[in-house]
Design a binder for this molecule. Structure first.
Ligand SMILES: NC(=O)c1ccc[n+]([C@@H]2O[C@H](COP(=O)([O-])OP(=O)(O)OC[C@H]3O[C@@H](n4cnc5c(N)ncnc54)[C@H](O)[C@@H]3O)[C@@H](O)[C@H]2O)c1
Length: 265
């Protein structure tokens, strides 16, 4: 069984490019080859940023590079769990990161606390929580030197409640929310903002099979009731780029649901 969201509506928003919104800025976007990360990367490139586009799938990054061959998109192919990838991202950015979108993330097969195996737990926490922490830690020195910087970490409905995923994913996204508040608290006096975007259901390539019959039985009804719209990746990218932009200059430590109201219900 998989989480069947196929029947739900996908709305493509009528957003327009805001010319030069990110001109002169170097941005790092992870998960840039697919889904929300790809939509964010396109939006930021279209709005003037230089984007370090990071993904572990070489073919996906190659496709982005074909779209943007003017040098504004700088590819980094690698697994974010490996610290060498963080080093390569910082080299590609020449040590100067103005904007950071930690978008890459993976699901956990909806495995409940009694069934989650060590491999799944370790990988999900490493990709969804530890990798963003390492990338923020690497980017902070240049942001602190400029007394300017914006970070968006992409969490989930699973950062609010436990009825949407398995134990590891839920723990990773709750952790990411708390970690983001920590950045906001420690650096609010130094021109650095950190916020969360928490998408609801979004049509992407994320792999979300139920690997537990027990979980399917417990969570299936919650998912049927809760998810009433499947959004486009562009809608999530709109929230991310807003929080990265100067328009959100007084927003720090916020967790912004981008879920058509799901978290309000
Ligand atoms: N799709 C949804 O319904 C949904 C809902 C809530 C939250 N999210 C979150 O949105 C984020 C983006 O997910 P998406 O739906 O766009 O998924 P996606 O699978 O379409 O894209 C994620 C990209 O991240 C890359 N990636 C994954 N692990 C990586 C690693 N270790 N190193 C480098 N690259 C890696 C993948 O190769 C992929 O291209 C994730 O953090 C996810 O948890 C998604």
């Amino acid at each position: 069984m998989t989480a069947n969201l196929e029947a739900l509506e996908v709305t493509t928003p009528a957003w327009k490019v805001i010319p030069d919104r990110f001109a002169g800025h170097t941005a790092v976007v992870t998960g840039a080859g697919s889904g929300i990360g790809l939509a964010t990367t396109r939006r930021m490139l279209d709005e003037g940023a230089t984007v370090i586009a990071v993904d572990m799938h070489e073919d996906r990054i190659a496709a982005v590079m074909q779209e943007y061959s003017d040098g504004s998109c700088v590819p980094v192919v690698g697994d974010l769990v490996e610290s060498v990838t963080i080093d390569r991202i910082m080299q590609a950015a020449h040590g100067e990161v103005d904007l950071l979108a930690n978008v890459a993330g993976i699901m956990d097969g909806f495995l409940p606390p009694g069934e989650v195996d060590d491999g799944t737990w370790d990988r999900v926490l490493a990709v969804n929580l530890t990798a963003p922490m390492r990338l923020v830690r690497a980017a902070l020195p240049s942001m602190l030197a400029k007394r300017s910087g914006a970070i968006v970490n992409v969490s989930s409905e699973s950062g609010f409640r436990a009825s949407v995923a398995g134990a590891a994913y839920t723990a990773s996204k709750h952790g990411l929310n708390g970690y983001t508040k920590s950045i906001a608290t420690f650096y609010q006096g130094q021109g650095i903002r950190a916020n969360v975007v928490a998408p609801g259901a979004v049509r992407t390539n994320i792999d979300a099979p139920f690997k537990s019959q027990f979980a399917a039985g417990v969570l299936g009804p919650w998912l049927k009731v809760g998810v009433f719209k499947q959004a486009s990746a562009d809608e999530a990218a709109s929230a991310i780029t807003y929080l990265l932009s100067a328009e959100a200059s007084n927003i720090n430590g916020a967790i912004l649901p981008c879920d058509a109201g799901w978290s309000a219900c």
